[in-house]
Design a protein around this ligand. Structure first.
Ligand SMILES: [Zn+2]
Length: 296
């Protein structure tokens, strides 16, 4: 069971100079696709779920399937809550064996976000669990967090430095032009702002809204402290496209196994490409465990 905290995975990614993928999931076939893609590419990764994902599959079902997925995995994996907004969600995930949680207080005033995040860090670190928080508002909708056009807010470098220092978070999600959902036209990332954040904030940075960011953006972001990029939209699209393509060829088919199998494969193919683009392929240690941990 190569379960690691996200902080441990980011440390190795930092040393190796690559970007870690955070894959969102909510059903059996998609979870299997993530494990298959990461194992085929020998890439460490984060298996993620949002509160909305939990409402689809159920916490105990997810925890059970995730346990099986981690047992099957031969690459380092962190089990991560994406966009948690309440202490109850955080505690529930820690109890269910998660090694990493995000508390998203980005919709709160700065002081309230700081207080909530600090509380989560206290609880999670006591259990050996990593914490990601967010400062600034990322345009678009993800789980229970929605930011409409005109309400987005880029992360302030000075505030981010204070926030990271005061809370003790392990990673910080930033808003610098990245968005949840589909990009209209070319993504416009404010790299000068990202560089300023990177200079002042000592923890790994996270991009939400990674679907549609090209190799050039990922490579540049990786050099400016971005250690994890979340993938959600591209997974949904690959899965739906896989189903549509299968049904276009086999309109009479009604067996879910025959429909969902090709959809799962479509996600595997999509994410193998993502992992290669992130420079994460081939980074898993032999046997799925980093040496110092194996020696313990
Ligand atoms: Zn997100």
């Amino acid at each position: 069971m190569p379960l690691y905290t996200s902080a441990e995975i980011y440390r190795h990614a930092h040393e190796g100079g690559y970007v870690v993928a955070g894959f969102d999931s909510y059903c059996l076939e998609v979870i299997q696709a993530h494990v298959r893609a990461a194992n085929a590419e020998k890439a460490p990764f984060l298996l993620q779920v949002t509160p909305k994902g939990f409402r689809h599959i159920g916490v105990s079902y997810f925890a059970g399937i995730a346990r099986a997925a981690i047992e099957e995995s031969r690459v380092p994996v962190a089990l991560h809550l994406d966009h948690g907004t309440t202490l109850e969600e955080i505690v529930s995930c820690i109890r269910n064996g998660f090694s990493s949680v995000m508390i998203d207080g980005s919709m709160l005033p700065f002081e309230d976000n700081l207080a909530l995040t600090g509380k989560v860090v206290e609880i999670a670190h006591a259990a050996g669990v990593s914490v990601e928080a967010e400062l600034g508002r990322v345009l678009g909708k993800e789980s229970d967090v929605e930011v409409r056009a005109g309400e987005e807010d880029f992360t302030d470098p000075g505030a981010a430095a204070e926030f990271a220092r005061e809370t003790g978070v392990d990673a910080l999600a930033v808003s610098v032009g990245n968005i949840h959902g589909f990009y209209r036209g070319e993504p416009r990332i404010d790299f000068r702002r990202l560089e300023a954040i990177h200079r002042q904030v000592p923890v790994p940075l996270v991009f939400h809204g990674g679907s549609g960011l090209g190799a050039e953006v990922i490579e540049k972001a990786g050099r400016l402290g971005v250690r994890k990029v979340n993938i959600g939209t591209a997974i949904k699209k690959a899965f739906a496209d896989g189903i549509r393509a299968f049904w276009a060829e086999h309109p009479e088919e009604f067996d879910p196994r025959r429909v969902l199998g090709p959809a799962r494969e479509a996600v595997v193919e999509e994410l193998r490409g993502t992992l290669r683009m992130f420079g994460a392929s081939g980074r898993s240690p032999r046997g799925g465990r980093w040496q110092e941990e194996a020696a313990e």
